[in-house]
Design a protein around this ligand. Structure first.
Ligand code: 3HC
Length: 381
């Protein structure tokens, strides 16, 4: 297995800068590459902010934070960014045409030894890897936002990924202090996004039809479904552009995975991209990190059964189709989304029969999306 010393991260957005930071925090020499210096400047400011936070919380020492910062080299010139690199982690926006362009440039300069990894959240690894000179040494490493705090990395082999590269990916994730979960099949959304992205759309349907406010729905998500953020809050935090692109890519490959609500596309086209643009479902100030106030009192005003039913149905699909087992699914939701209670435990408390009835009611609107998965049906018996 190749030795990893130097990592180049392509793309310095929310995910790219976080991946660069944790790589440097764990001793790797890191190059952070973007197409313009101003993007890199903004990314380095965010890294500085995050490292200062970790110092403030006594997670690292001040001198250590300076060394970590010094290990990250921001570079615009792609050729220079790829010199002597052992591993490339691509974290550019989710657009296959853009990735195609990026990888064709990378292929011109990357050295023979460089292994390719993509942080794609929804595009099939096999499809991307085929755009490159090395589909056998290509792997999906899907980090979660914020990479500095979330412990999960989904590891996704493509159709031609060599076993040694899967092992390399798993070992790298462990060396970053993260927990790998192997995604057995290269399906749209992998594990966590197959649950998260459809849930954002489902929340939009609930907002439209249930006569409740966003903070009532979000409070119920936080206090009754045990997620650390409300779902609208999380969508804004992730980026409406990310949700919109993920929706498009997932839905174009599998109509069963998601029931898109037009609200996401509308927010996207009006430039309301969430926290990063100051507006999304909610409005924000200019602080680096900002939370939406949610309360147990507001949670009492809403029953989130529809969202729970959809999450359980998509989770069941993953199990039925052997993408992961129940244990890995719960681990992924705990470490990737901060879910504080097991999803199927929450389902059990609500009652699987009630969940199935809810899905059967919803089936009238979209049969292929809401039809209860056989695994969920067996739990209700
Ligand atoms: N670096 C360092 N510190 C950070 C930070 C960062 N990047 N981001 C936030 N913090 C700090 C905050 O500033 C706060 O500090 P403070 O106490 O001084 O104000 C501290 O962390 C704790 O924040 P909170 O009080 O908000 O506490 P939480 O317990 O809620 O933890 C969280 C924050 C870990 C972000 C938690 O809310 C969480 O897990 N949220 C869900 C995130 C999630 O689901 N991510 C996955 C999205 S899907 C995805 O990424 C896939 C993609 O493909 C779409």
């Amino acid at each position: 297995m190749p030795q990893l010393n130097k990592i180049t991260v392509l793309g310095s957005g929310i995910m790219g800068h976080g991946i660069a930071q944790i790589s440097a925090m764990n001793g790797y020499q890191v190059v952070l590459r973007d197409i313009e210096q101003r993007f890199l400047d903004s990314a380095m400011d965010k890294i500085k902010w995050s490292l200062d936070k970790l110092v403030e919380k006594n997670k690292i020492k001040k001198e250590e934070s300076e060394k970590i910062y010094g290990r990250i080299k921001p570079i615009v010139e792609l050729k220079d960014a790829l010199i002597d690199t052992d591993l490339l982690i691509e974290a550019v926006p989710e657009d296959l045409n853009l990735k195609k362009k990026v990888y064709s440039e990378v292929d011109q300069f990357a050295e023979e030894k460089t292994v390719y990894a993509s942080n794609t959240s929804t595009l099939p690894i096999s499809e991307i890897s085929q755009l490159t000179s090395r589909p056998d040494r290509f792997i999906g490493l899907h980090f979660f936002n914020p990479p500095q705090l979330m412990k999960l990395v989904e590891v996704i082999p493509g159709a031609r990924t060599e076993k040694s590269i899967v092992d390399l990916g798993i070992n790298l994730v462990k060396s970053l202090g993260k927990d790998p979960v192997l995604c057995n099949k290269d399906v749209p959304g992998f594990i966590v996004n197959r649950i998260f992205i459809p849930l954002v759309h489902e929340a939009a349907y609930c907002l439209e039809s249930d006569g409740k406010t966003m903070t009532q729905i979000d409070s119920a998500v936080k206090f009754k479904l045990f997620l650390p953020m409300g779902i609208f809050e999380l969508a804004d935090y992730t980026g409406i552009d990310v949700i919109h692109k993920a929706t498009f890519e997932m839905y174009s490959r599998d109509k069963k995975v998601i029931y898109p609500h037009p609200m996401i596309a509308q927010l996207f086209s009006s430039g309301k991209l969430g926290k990063k643009s100051g507006d999304g479902f909610y409005s924000y100030g200019d602080k680096n990190y900002e939370r939406v106030p949610l309360s147990e009192e507001e949670a009492k005003q809403y029953d989130p059964i529809r969202m729970l039913s959809v999450a359980l149905n998509n989770a069941s699909w993953l199990i039925t189709n052997n993408v992961c087992n129940n244990e890995d699914l719960e681990l992924a939701l705990r470490l990737g989304m901060g879910l504080k209670k097991e999803l199927f435990e929450i389902g059990k408390e609500y009652g699987f029969e009630k969940i199935i009835n809810t899905l059967n009611q919803l089936k009238k609107g979209n049969e292929s999306f809401y039809t209860p998965d056989p695994y969920l049906v067996t739990l209700s018996k």
